[in-house]
Ligand binder design. Structure first.
Ligand code: SF4
Length: 455
């Protein structure tokens, strides 16, 4: 059995359940930030003292976003998970390559230039051979992840392609000369390769190579194959049809006018196990990439609702777009998740929603209904939230880290840590989401809590 030894001398795991010790940990965190960045701590102190009164929402977001990385480093050090947290950041930055490929190449180029009809005339067998030969010329890119591999190749080439209409800088000349050498002798590419290493010939090579990739990507996009059907670079938002939000088909049964959902969506329940496959890490990052971080804008609708004058707007189905009932810091958490800082992202979520395992993609989606994207698919905020929580739970001591953040969160100016027992006891009857959230709230306020529920 592993034993958790916290890396701060004088702090044991038991201390993390003791109000006085949590208060000490809070002071220690603030001192750490003060030492590392006195100006930031001064801003945070101002926020704490004024409770945010007089500060613009965007300034509060900025303070929290600047503080959160300090908190995640502090907690990572406390639990000895710094390497794992660094790896998350490396992975996030590597995944960005896919989103650059999606934005710059798939969306802005391939989808605009090609259509289902125009790819019909492409020679798939020849293009596949050319692509295979091309990819062999890029040994430095990941080989075990085809989507990342193509993305890395394309983003590398895009860096040089932007000079095609101008004289090539020396670095691009050298790069293309070496590319020509690496591709030399490959039968499938013989028509593309230059006979000499002059600048016009190398430019021609780059244009030809980009053309091959463009056509191959177009084929994959329009003729989805098993190999690329899961690629998130090919998942583009669809227009929202409020009259047909859920796919159904007429059911030819005894009850007239009955409909049925697609069989692929059925989930057989077996006991109490969860039945839905949550989004994978790349799908979650895709939602984060799609988010436009509205806390920086006047319309932060997923968190605060969509206003029309003084009232909340309604969507075409008459649903009032009030946003998250907890005003969760959704956009800010997405900013941190985009950087691979899931611990910081979770700390921001927990300020408003400490019982986040009960929400996520399972219980509510008011935020998603109020997303700024009303005419096309909204950001799947609940799945992003679940993804952030899952990242932290998957860390060594992940549950203990999450659990600590529910009792101790120095970014929460209202209550940075749980209070000592106040001698009063409370019975919470019914432990659904409201009941357990209330129980948690009372516990942090210092009450003794007993919860009962009839299953
Ligand atoms: S989830 Fe939607 S509304 Fe919220 S910040 Fe992202 S884009 Fe904006």
């Amino acid at each position: 059995m592993r034993t958790l030894a916290l890396s701060f001398p004088g702090f044991s795991y038991e201390d993390l359940h003791n109000a006085e010790r949590l208060a000490e940990l809070t002071r220690r965190f603030y001192d750490t930030v003060r030492l590392a960045d006195p100006a930031l701590m001064e801003r945070f102190d101002g926020y704490r003292e004024t409770k945010g009164v007089g500060l613009r929402d965007v300034d509060i977001s900025a303070i929290l976003l600047d503080m959160a990385p300090h908190l995640s480093r502090f907690v990572a050090k406390l639990f000895g998970v710094e390497n794992e947290c660094r790896e998350m950041m490396v992975r996030a930055s590597r995944e960005q390559i896919i989103f650059v490929f999606k934005r710059e190449f798939v969306v802005r180029r391939v989808v605009r230039k090609y259509s289902t009809e125009s790819v019909a005339g492409l020679n798939e067998a020849r293009l596949t051979k050319q692509m295979d030969a091309l990819l062999e010329g890029f040994s430095g890119v990941p080989h075990d992840d085809p989507e990342l591999r193509i993305s890395a190749v394309v983003t590398e080439l895009l860096e040089h392609e932007r000079f095609l209409k101008n004289p090539l800088p020396p670095a691009s000349l050298e790069y293309l000369g070496m590319l020509a050498q690496r591709l030399a002798g490959r039968e499938a590419l013989k028509d593309l390769l230059p006979v000499e290493a002059t600048e016009p010939a190398l430019k021609h090579l780059l244009a030809e190579v980009m053309g091959v990739i463009e056509r191959w990507v177009a084929l994959q996009y329009y003729r989805r194959s098993a190999a690329t059907e899961e690629w998130i670079s090919f998942r583009l938002p669809h227009p929202v049809d409020y009259n047909h939000l859920v796919e159904t088909h007429p059911l030819d049964g005894p009850v007239p006018d009955s409909n049925i959902g697609p069989a692929g969506h059925y989930r057989r329940r077996d006991g109490f196990d969860l039945t839905d496959p949550r989004f994978g890490p790349r799908e979650v990052m895709s939602e984060i990439d799609y988010c436009i971080f509205c806390h920086e804008r006047s319309k932060y609708s997923c968190s605060k609702g969509m206003k029309e004058g003084d009232a909340f707007k309604k969507n075409p189905l008459g649903y009032t777009l009030k946003g998250c009932p907890l005003n969760q810091k959704i956009s800010e958490s997405h900013v941190l998740k985009a950087r691979g800082d899931s611990l910081g992202a979770l700390a921001l979520i927990i300020i408003d929603n400490p019982m986040v395992p009960g929400t996520g993609h399972r219980i509510c989606n008011d935020c998603m209904k109020s997303c700024i994207f009303q005419k096309q698919d909204p950001v799947n905020i609940p799945q992003a939230e679940t993804g952030i929580l899952t990242d932290v739970l998957n860390l060594p001591w992940g549950f203990e880290i999450y659990s600590l953040l529910t009792r101790w969160n120095p970014l929460n100016i209202r209550q940075p840590h749980a209070l000592s027992y106040n001698g009063l006891n409370i019975l919470v009857v019914g432990l659904g989401p409201a009941g357990y959230t209330l129980a948690h709230y009372f516990l942090n306020e210092g009450f003794g809590v007993v919860g009962i529920d009839g299953l």
